[in-house]
Ligand binder design. Structure first.
Ligand SMILES: *Cc1c(COP(=O)(O)O)cnc(C)c1O
Length: 430
């Protein structure tokens, strides 16, 4: 495919970044199952190691199959470049790594995937970094949380475990005014439903494990850079604006312009942290992305149908799906995710914790797993699993209270999903 700026999403999700294999003409992107690449000669090798020429050295840094996926996701997100890595959690560490130093902090939303709350509230402290958690509906509180040591703002577009949509344009205004990047985790929305860069985000991170792969086969992550942030506007980002000692004094921003952050992610991030995506994983994710829009349309359609049914069921106390008119976040759909509020939501079961446990055990089509964004419908009781490490206050703030069940609606027949929920609710709530 020639590069055409006007191709639509459905065309780009199949073609962006890929071309017939130059060696064999293979139409599908081959899995380049190789660790290393032969240099043409010693000068070629030196040029590659100096970043004077772009090419392949070693698969911890770059691999042709992974490179196709990087270009595909960057294109779908409207970014300048992307770096894939081994998981969504790896992507979050990799995203912060060029921005942070010991003593620096990131301002993050309280409404995040449970694992991200733990990663930010506990684990990053080992690097000397810290996170300040704020309710992102309180814009004054977000502004007040930013101090001289803040190096990024982090939130999710449609937040896991569901029902919450971040007002990305409003948060982007705050990050712009503070001269720091806004990082948006777009896992639950995917670029089909939400394009954070168009709404003002600097960086987008993904767990490609979820909807982008879509078939529950491999873990992966991705960081997309908008290419729009001026890393040299102030002295806050020396890894990008100043000579990099881990790369014999190279100034990434001066040398690579809008690709500075992407090149840093590969040349320093992957090289030294080693959280690399393998080419098999990239292959499965490329296969999944080809049908992203078709799946997301069905996920949204089914989620709307099932959420509406649940909302009208007397055994259910509440349904937090932003796609329902009753949701306080319904009005944000038009700007943030105009094609729908995704396939993920929670509902409160009459009978609390015990009823939730009975419900997940009684469901037959829904699988009880710690995953989301699969073609299959999935269910989890967050308070006893993914959000178990959190305090009750953190659980409530994250939308994972003990009486709540999270479901990830698949692409099956909506009628079958409703029938399954109906029989399980009958067993759970007596
Ligand atoms: C799953 C998930 C992550 C973590 O991704 P992994 O691939 O499991 O490491 C981060 N953010 C969100 C929103 C997720 O759903």
């Amino acid at each position: 495919m020639t590069d055409g700026p006007n191709y639509g999403f459905d065309t780009l999700q199949v073609h962006a970044g890929a071309r017939p294999d130059p060696a064999t003409g293979a139409r599908q992107t081959p899995i380049y199952q190789t660790t290393a690449y032969v240099f043409r000669d010693a000068d070629h090798a030196a040029a590659l190691f100096n970043l004077q020429e772009v090419g392949y050295i070693y698969s911890r840094l770059t691999n042709p199959t992974v490179a196709v996926l990087q270009e595909r996701i960057a294109t779908l997100e409207g970014g300048a470049g992307a770096v894939c890595c081994s998981s969504g959690h790896a992507a979050q560490i990799m995203a912060l790594f060029p921005l942070m130093d010991p003593g620096k902090n990131v301002v993050v939303s309280t409404r995040l995937y449970g694992g991200s709350i733990t990663q930010f509230s506990q684990t990053i402290k080992r690097f000397g970094w810290s996170a300040t958690f704020v309710d992102f509906d309180d814009l004054d509180a977000v502004k007040a949380a930013i101090d001289d040591n803040t190096r990024a703002i982090f939130c999710e577009s449609i937040a896991n475990p569901g029902g919450y949509i971040t007002d990305i344009p409003a948060i982007a205004k705050i990050s712009d005014a503070a001269g720091i990047p806004l990082i948006v985790d777009n896992t639950s929305a995917t670029p089909y439903l939400c394009r954070p860069i168009d709404l003002g985000a600097t960086l987008v991170v993904h767990s490609t494990t979820k909807y982008l792969t879509g078939n529950g086969t491999v873990t992966g992550g991705c960081i997309v850079d908008s290419g729009k942030f001026d890393w040299s506007a102030n002295d806050k980002f020396p890894s990008l604006s100043q000579p990099e000692p881990a790369y014999h004094g190279l100034k990434f921003h001066e040398t690579f312009g809008p690709l500075a952050y992407t090149f840093h992610g590969i040349a320093i991030g992957l090289r030294d942290l080693g959280m690399t995506m393998n080419p098999q994983a990239a292959h499965y994710t490329l296969m999944g992305i080809e049908t992203l829009s078709l799946r997301m349309q069905r996920h949204v359609e089914n989620a709307e149908t099932v959420a509406t049914w649940l909302e009208n069921d007397p055994r259910v106390d509440a349904v937090t799906y932003a796609g329902l008119k009753s949701s306080p976040y319904y009005d944000r759909i038009a700007t943030v995710c105009p094609k729908g509020a995704g396939g993920l939501f929670t509902f409160a079961v009459k009978g609390g914790y015990d009823a939730c446990i009975k419900l997940v055990d009684a469901l037959e089509i829904f699988s009880h797993v710690a995953n989301l964004g699969d073609t299959r419908s999935l269910v989890i009781h967050s308070a006893s699993t993914t959000h178990r490490q959190l305090t009750p206050e953190q659980q409530d703030a994250a939308g994972a209270s003990p009486n709540m069940v999270r479901i990830s609606i698949g692409i099956e027949d909506a009628g079958d999903l409703i029938a399954d929920l109906d029989q399980a609710l009958a067993k759970a709530v007596s």
